[in-house]
Design a binder for this molecule. Structure first.
Ligand SMILES: Nc1ncnc2c1ncn2[C@@H]1O[C@H](COP(=O)(O)OP(=O)(O)OP(=O)(O)O)[C@@H](O)[C@H]1O
Ligand SMILES: [Mg+2]
Length: 388
């Protein structure tokens, strides 16, 4: 039978006396029937839904006819444990190596064709684990998937879910998993290692074990077609039993040169200078993440706009990149003079005395004195003139 998963969810809602669960999936079934030409049946369902009790009808989200009800709270702090959003594909460009893109597409296909695959006994539960260094686009990937599937994203920061009160964490987890089953949605467990750290971790062993066991139980009780995405920077901390439960595991690598080039082009957009040496920019930014590239572009664009310009100056761009990369390596300059000296030594051709003077609002002579070791005989100034 077609649309069996919706029918089962409606039944589940009725049996658990959960009106919004039944109504949400009723609405979804009506949409699916309408899209396959069963207009009459769709209308019957919608008429039935229109007769739902007032409280329920009120809870329906006008934009999508989906109600997720009251978001769960942490029993300890009374703060929301789930953040609900409806990401859109507008302005969301995710750049991935092609092998990873293929795998993400397979994940989407397995969701879109779940019923068909399940009939053939070839369905994988919709569980995706994304892992990689900070700033490689894991959270963005979750948003991109939600936008592609046109589903609400229920983001859970696992570190805030782990409560200071013993026993509260497992209860929080239960509430979050129940909440995600109210309506078609994506449950996104961000900073997942906070929850799924290996059993036998030396700190607080008893509580952690209970949390991991609760997590495994909740995952096992989740219907196969409920979409779960988890993200972590520390996949090596993950309990193996948790790891195995994700049919799709996607590593997020640092962008290679080709991807860095695309990131720079996308993020600079119309602010890119005409004669920018893209190749040099992509090569120099080796080892950085998309997040660093984004930060450099935003910072440079911001100061460009405040100066009343429409195009960034390439020296300003390279300067921010150099400083950001040093910062990422843990190198801090004690003062501006240090920074200037470093830039001068890093790329003497690009950061001529004159360019540095302009960037830092100083005179060429001041820069010359500051950079000390370099010639002070006047030739330097000539060199600066030539290259600026
Ligand atoms: N592959 C990518 N394609 C496009 N943009 C990217 C990519 N990687 C990073 N970015 C940019 O970096 C920003 C931060 O990325 P995101 O928050 O998704 O990283 P993350 O992997 O979740 O990091 P963290 O582990 O710190 O949470 C994004 O908003 C995006 O602009
Ligand atoms: Mg993130």
């Amino acid at each position: 039978m077609e649309f069996m998963s919706e029918v089962l969810k409606i039944l589940e809602g009725a049996l658990k006396a959960n009106g919004s669960l039944a109504a949400n999936y009723g609405g979804l079934l009506a949409d699916k029937l309408a899209s396959t030409g069963e207009v009459h049946q769709a209308r019957l369902i919608r008429e039935q839904l229109a007769r739902a009790p007032k409280a329920l009808a009120f809870a329906q989200d006008a934009s999508r006819g989906v109600s997720l009800g009251q978001v769960p709270l942490d029993g300890d702090s009374r703060l929301n444990t789930v953040d609900v959003s409806l990401p859109s594909l507008d302005g969301l460009s995710l750049f991935l190596p092609s092998a990873i893109q293929v795998r993400v597409e397979e994940f989407l296909q397995s969701i879109r064709h779940h019923d068909e695959l399940a009939k053939a006994g070839a369905a994988l539960p919709a569980r995706l684990f994304v892992y990689g260094a900070p700033g490689t686009g894991k959270t963005m990937m979750a948003r991109w998937i939600a936008a592609s599937l046109n589903l609400p994203l229920l983001t859970v920061r696992c570190d805030t879910l782990v409560s200071s009160l013993l026993g509260q964490t497992s209860r929080n987890l239960r509430r979050v998993f129940d909440y995600a089953q109210q309506a078609p949605s994506i449950l996104f467990l961000d900073e997942f290692d906070a929850l799924a750290a290996a059993r036998g971790n030396e700190r607080d062993v008893g509580e952690l074990q209970r949390v991991v066991i609760a997590l495994l139980q909740n995952m096992d009780a989740l219907p196969d077609n409920t979409i779960l995405i988890a993200a972590s920077n520390h996949e090596q901390l993950l309990d193996r039993a948790v790891w195995r439960r994700f049919g799709f595991r996607i590593p997020m690598p640092l962008p290679d040169k080709e991807l860095r080039l695309r990131l720079w082009q996308d993020m600079l957009g119309s602010f890119a200078p005409k004669k920018l040496n893209w190749n040099e920019l992509a090569a120099l930014s080796e080892g950085t993440t998309g997040a660093v590239i984004q930060q450099v572009c935003l910072d440079t664009k911001r100061s460009t706009i405040l100066q009343g310009d429409k195009v960034v100056e390439d020296a300003a761009l390279f300067r921010r990149l150099g400083l950001m990369m040093r910062l990422a390596e843990g190198v801090y300059f004690s003062d501006q003079d240090d920074e200037i000296r470093w830039l001068r030594a890093w790329m003497p051709e690009r950061f001529s005395l004159r360019v540095l003077a302009r960037l830092y609002g100083k005179s060429v002579r001041q820069i010359m004195t500051m950079t000390g070791g370099v010639t002070e005989d006047g030739n330097e100034e000539g060199e600066a003139n030539a290259s600026s």
